[in-house]
Design a protein. Structure first.
Length: 261
């Protein structure tokens, strides 16, 4: 049975919706079998692989598959194996687990074995099955309803108007970059226990629920956010004024503006 994705104002971009739906259905199956009211954060993917999903799971040396192999999905044997080299980075470990789970859920009739290398650009891989597994992993670890909840909480905590946050995020402006870098990205990586690149790619695959919408994080902005901000004083002129991030003259009166940190 397919569970309906209960999103309010965000949705997967066209072409990615089926994968998001499969990930959400898998999450709801876990929640129901475990008798949970709400999904916990971060999603305990490494625990749920075995129970309640019923796949074998283990951490083992995979160097015989190649020096850069991080994880493998043995589809016919219903086994997922993770190389210990990823254990030093919890976010990478969890994403690799969810990636291999994606192969189990999506690609049962495609190959008998899948393996993931240390290449972190699988979202842009020429192998569509690897792209799908990465998108499944992102959707499983960062489901849209929970992303929406976090966005609204961040808006409220920072005195931002909820209705204007999404619009600001999509613009190629200093205010948008400030909002992403100073208020959202760090919070999301900690809350969902994933890497910065995983959060950036996830928001690049999401759009507002309006006709002909652009991605919430356009490509140029995503590429910029994966690089260091550069000038440490870059955002000194950005303030929150009347619930909206604005760029102000540092030598003018701040009026009712709330200074950023």
């Amino acid at each position: 049975m397919v569970a309906t994705l209960p999103s309010k104002f965000l949705e997967p971009r066209r072409g990615y919706r089926q994968v998001d739906q499969r990930a959400w259905t898998c999450l709801q199956r876990c929640r129901e079998k475990l008798g949970l009211g709400d999904l916990p954060l971060p999603i305990p993917v490494d625990q749920w692989i075995e129970h309640p999903l019923g796949f074998g799971f283990g951490v083992t040396d995979l160097s015989h598959l190649g020096p850069d192999v991080l994880g493998a999905a043995y589809v016919e044997d219903r086994e997922i194996a993770i190389d210990p080299k990823v254990l030093t980075h919890e976010g990478r470990f969890r994403f690799t687990c969810a990636h291999e789970l994606g192969h189990m859920i999506l690609h049962r009739n495609v190959r008998s074995v899948f393996q993931e290398s240390a290449d972190l650009t699988a979202f842009e891989s020429v192998d569509r099955y690897e792209r799908q597994a990465d998108r499944f992993a992102a959707a499983f670890l960062m489901p849209i309803p929970l992303l929406e909840r976090e966005l609204l909480q961040i808006a409220d905590e920072n005195g931002l108007k909820r209705a204007d946050v999404v619009i600001t995020l999509m613009k190629p402006t200093l205010e948008s970059e400030w909002l992403w870098r100073k208020r959202l990205l760090h919070r999301m990586t900690k809350r969902f226990d994933v890497s910065l690149s995983a959060v950036v790619y996830r928001f690049s695959d999401i759009q507002p629920r309006v006709a002909d919408s652009m991605p919430l994080m356009p490509v140029a902005l995503a590429e910029a956010l994966l690089r260091p901000a550069g000038d440490p004083n870059k955002f000194d002129s950005v303030w929150v004024e009347n619930g909206v991030p604005v760029r102000r003259d540092l030598f003018s009166s701040a009026g009712g503006a709330v200074a950023k940190s």
